[in-house]
Structures are given as C-alpha cells and as structure tokens.
Design a protein around this ligand. Structure first.
Ligand SMILES: Nc1ncnc2c1ncn2[C@@H]1O[C@H](COP(=O)(O)OP(=O)(O)OP(=O)(O)O)[C@@H](O)[C@H]1O
Length: 347
C-alpha cells in the first residue's frame, strides 16, 4: 500500500514560495489503478515525484508497504526506485538505441548480464506487442509503439508500482485506447499498482478504480470512479465529468441542436444531465404536470454507461415552448430536482 500522510511541498522561488502540494492524504491499495486528475499546475506531478524520491516533501510522510521512503538515500533509495517504473508523455527513449536496447537499458544500469537482459527485453517486447520490431529505432515507430517501448522499459526491473505521467496525452484517441488497453492487461496480469496522472477524464473512466481530483495543490475530491462520475461533488469535478461526456456526444446531436435552433427560434433549448439513479426519475413528467401550459419536446437523448459499473449518465435535449415565466419556472424546478441544466441560447 502507498500512503501519503499529510504531504506538503513548497518550492522556494525568486518570486516567492510556491505551495505545489498542500496537506495531501491518500491511500493507494496494492493492485489498484489510481487516477489523479487536475489541470496543469494542480500539483499532480510534484505529488507523484515524491513516490520515487525525485522530490522530497517539505512536510509529511510517504510510506510504501509500511516503509517510510522520504529521506532514503544512496543504495536504499536506488533499490526503492527500482520498484517503481514510470512512463512519460514524451516517451523519454534513447534515440540511438533500438527497441530492444531501450528496454534493456534499466537492466544494464542494474548490472544484469547481457544474456539475461536480452532474454527479458525480448519477452517484454512480446508482452507489449512489439516482438516484430525489436531492431527498429524509435524514429521508425509510431507514437503508440514508442509508448509501448516506454511501458516495456518501465517493466524491466519487475516494479511493484507503475506511474503513468500523462502517458497518452500526446497520442490520438484510438492509440490512446490501445495503450490504455495494454495498461489494463498489464495491471491484471502482473497485479501492478498503477498511478495515472492525467488531465483527461476519459483515461480515468477507462482505466482507474479510484480517482483523486487535485486543484491548487490539494485533493478536493476522492473516491471510486463510478461514484465520482455519478455523484461529482465539487464544481471542478463536474467540469471534468461533463467534458468527458460531451466529448462522447455524437455530431448528430450537434446537428439536431443546430437544426432545432433554426426551426424554433422562439423556443428555449435546454440540455439536461442526469447522474446515476436520476436517470430513472420521472423528472420530465414532474415539469409537464407543474407547467401544463408548456410545450415540451424531447429532441435527443443518450445514456452513457460507465465501465465496470451499473452507473449511468444520461443526457437529454429538450425544447420548451411557452411563456418566459413558465420556462423560467421549469428551469428552476429542474434545478430543485437536482438535474444539471444547461440553457442553450440562440447565437
Ligand atoms: N522545481 C520547481 N520549482 C518551482 N516551482 C515548481 C517546481 N516544480 C513544480 N513547480 C510548481 O508547482 C506547481 C505544481 O506543479 P506540477 O508540475 O506538480 O503540476 P501538475 O498538476 O503536474 O501540472 P502539469 O501537468 O502541467 O505538470 C506549479 O505551480 C509549478 O509551477
């Protein structure tokens, strides 16, 4: 288990102190995929760099399997680092070395003999699906293949923990999904603990069991992914969840919306979003009953099923025609019923 106990990190800079991480308490269980999401500058990398000793906390303790690791030095620190593999956004490969030689590199540093490290690197190349490309150079590989090399290299020392620092941010959506699938397989097969830093909720949804949302150096929300997706508490979390759902919305919806905005210039178009059990609540019926003078048309609806759970997020586009008073009243009622309501204005 990884434990961050009241961890803070302040950088002293010419412009004054930067409180990059503030009083963070987190527990990450063995074999878990733990996602840390937040915008740039939230403190994600600084927090995770304290895991492999690349940063030392200003205060607090980092404990891995019961052992305090901040403060470790020399051979002990090197030994600890071997138990943690990291993959990076820009792959950090050695360009003058082949795929095989890149994967072998950490083993070389660890003093493993040539025959053993070659055998292991070949096996890892197979694991990540690059068995056919072991003699290629990084420049000859696609982004997804380069990241596969990065993953194989990170696994070379048989780590207990794999850190993924924005590892899919430079990849296109399909390649991202392929790399995430690979990480999922590795997590299952090797029972590795994976800590993923990302600004994309899609990555969290696809892979993580638990998520922590960071803002201004603090963890502002934390919990099982299905729970956080269906009942986001903080505004920032809602923004991340909504951005992810919006990204999944089809172009069709956009054209239906555009079409309706054109056809009903006087009506009010509204997007409703239902989280979890709300999907089954007769919210629309309540509004119709309370405002019988309103004409309510359902234009488009979708239900988004979250991976590994029965949780759902529903989106409904409706058109309200009626008096301004009734429309405002209906919007208030949606709010009261705790349905997220977005009024789509005519441009
Ligand atoms: N070595 C450093 N010296 C001074 N300030 C730093 C240092 N490293 C990080 N910071 C500052 O700490 C804050 C948190 O940075 P951090 O890189 O941890 O955020 P992040 O959430 O990982 O963002 P990004 O994804 O952009 O890296 C930022 O304000 C950053 O400028």
């Amino acid at each position: 288990m990884i434990e961050f106990k009241n961890i803070s990190k302040t950088f002293e800079t010419d412009d004054g102190p930067v409180r990059a991480v503030q009083n963070v308490n987190l527990k990450i269980n063995d074999g878990e995929v733990f996602g840390i999401v937040g915008f740039s500058g939230a403190g994600k990398s600084t927090l995770v760099r304290m895991l492999n000793g690349l940063e030392t906390p200003t205060s607090g303790e980092v404990i891995i399997n019961g052992k305090k690791i901040n403060g470790l030095k020399g051979a002990e620190l090197r030994e600890q680092r071997k138990k943690i593999g990291t993959i990076f956004q820009h792959f950090n490969l050695l360009w003058s070395r082949t795929v095989l030689q890149n994967i072998e590199f950490p083993l070389e540093l660890a003093g493993v003999d040539k025959k053993t490290r070659e055998k292991k690197a070949k096996h890892l190349a197979e694991v990540v699906g690059l068995g056919e490309r072991i003699h290629a150079y990084p420049a000859q590989l696609s982004g997804g293949q380069k990241q596969r090399v990065g993953i194989a290299r990170a696994l070379a020392n048989d780590p207990d923990i794999l850190i993924s620092d924005e590892a899919t941010s430079a990849l296109d959506p399909q390649t991202t999904d392929e790399v995430l699938d690979l990480l999922e397989r590795i997590n299952e097969k090797l029972n590795l603990t994976i800590v993923i830093i990302t600004h994309e909720m899609h990555v969290i949804r696809k892979l993580a069991d638990t998520v922590a949302v960071m803002e201004n150096g603090q963890v502002i929300e934390e919990g099982p992914v299905a729970e956080v997706f269906t009942h986001p508490k903080e505004d920032l979390t809602k923004r991340f969840v909504n951005a992810e759902v919006d990204a999944n919305q089809t172009k069709d919806t956009q054209s239906v919306v555009k079409d309706l905005l054109e056809r009903y210039p006087n009506g009010q178009l509204i997007q409703l979003r239902f989280h979890g059990g709300q999907v089954e609540t007769p919210v629309v019926g309540s509004v119709i009953r309370q405002f019988p003078g309103l004409e309510l048309s359902i234009l488009e609806g979708s239900i988004h099923q979250l991976a590994d759970s029965n949780s759902t997020i529903g989106t409904l586009f409706i058109q309200l025609l009626g008096t301004k008073e009734d429309i405002d009243g209906a919007i208030r009622l949606f709010h009261e019923l705790r349905v997220e309501t977005k009024v789509i204005d005519h441009e």
